[in-house]
Design a protein around this ligand. Structure first.
Ligand SMILES: Cc1cc2nc3c(=O)[nH]c(=O)nc-3n(C[C@H](O)[C@H](O)[C@H](O)COP(=O)(O)OP(=O)(O)OC[C@H]3O[C@@H](n4cnc5c(N)ncnc54)[C@H](O)[C@@H]3O)c2cc1C
Length: 289
């Protein structure tokens, strides 16, 4: 990035602006090279300025939430990474039976507000690392005890809008509203505890991961089952390991894994499942490079 461009960002953007920020600090896998620029704009005018700047200067723009669904390559990303982390983007407000939330609000905060206000409907998301924007973008879902998706309770998601300017930039979710149902606070807390207990029993939650690596293919067999049948549980490449508890999870077992280790395991999982079952596994996790 040119000195002129750096100066613009430092002078014009209210909020945090960092250069060469390791993305391993911002992904749940704890993996990833540096972002050329890391920004946490303080408000909508600064966010708008950033988008205009990146399109004028043809600099790629990335939006990150909790980094719960990302594998960032070891070379990092050339461009500007935006995290909506300031008060203007992290509020959670009760409006009748709904919660109106900033796009950068963490789901843990949303769930706390829901429980404290006796509002039910989002309990199934408990324990999943996500921001509101990331959860809506990925349509966060669970399949137990039956399929639930975050979209079900979503009233609307509001995108950043450049007041009529036609520019090509990624959709940035700055707000979302969830319609919920009133319920007893104790019952909500109990539901959350049950979901957490289920997760602890079935998933590896103590070591860094990005949740499921692959989507479940069409049909009855889950990606995890297919990988397990190929005898890959516990297989390692460098610091990465196919979880022994959930074969569709790759964990950073020594906290020193590289993206290349994870990619090597992804390759093996895909090849083995293809060879044995003639099924192509599609990535759930998003790769940034
Ligand atoms: C232990 C563990 C368990 C998990 N379990 C589940 C599970 O049960 N179900 C499930 O669905 N997922 C699960 N995940 C994956 C992950 O937590 C979810 O996909 C989550 O929704 C990602 O949200 P995020 O804020 O971390 O988004 P990120 O991973 O940071 O980003 C994901 C995508 O959303 C985009 N994005 C982020 N914020 C915004 C925004 N404000 N506006 C527009 N785009 C945005 C990013 O650009 C990217 O494309 C799990 C992950 C872990 C580590």
């Amino acid at each position: 990035m040119l000195a002129r461009q750096k100066n613009f960002l430092l002078k014009e953007i209210e909020g945090r602006v960092l250069f060469d920020e390791p993305l391993s600090r911002h992904t749940t896998l704890g993996i990833g090279g540096s972002a050329e620029v890391w920004t946490e704009p303080a408000d909508t005018p600064s966010l708008t300025k950033l988008v205009r700047f990146s399109t004028d200067e043809k600099i790629p723009l990335f939006i990150i939430g909790r980094g719960g669904n990302l594998l960032v390559k070891d070379e990092g990303v050339k461009g500007i990474v935006i995290r909506l982390n300031s008060a203007e983007f992290t509020y959670v407000k009760k409006e009748g039976q709904s919660l109106r939330c900033g796009g950068g609000a963490e789901l843990t905060e949303v769930l706390k507000a829901a429980r404290d206000n006796g509002l039910s409907g989002l309990e199934f998301t408990v324990g999943i690392p996500a921001t509101v924007g990331g959860a809506v973008k990925t349509n966060l879902s669970v399949s137990y005890p039956f399929k639930r998706e975050i979209e079900e309770g979503l009233d609307y998601a509001k995108m950043l809008d450049l007041q009529g300017e036609e520019r090509n930039f990624p959709h940035i979710i700055i707000e979302a509203k969830f319609n919920l149902q009133t319920a007893d606070r104790g019952a909500i807390a109990k539901k959350m505890d049950d979901f957490i207990a289920y997760r602890q029993k079935t998933q590896e939650l103590t070591l860094p991961s990005a949740g499921c690596i692959f989507k479940n293919p069409a049909g009855e067999k889950t990606a995890g089952w297919l990988i397990e049948q190929c005898g890959l549980k516990g297989k390692r490449a460098g610091g990465a390991e196919i979880s022994s508890r959930h074969s569709n999870f790759i964990i950073n077992h020594n906290q020193k894994a590289k993206a290349k280790d994870v990619l090597a395991l992804i390759e093996i999982m895909r090849e083995e499942v293809k060879k044995r079952y003639n099924i192509h596994l599609e990535l759930e996790v998003e790769i940034w490079e």
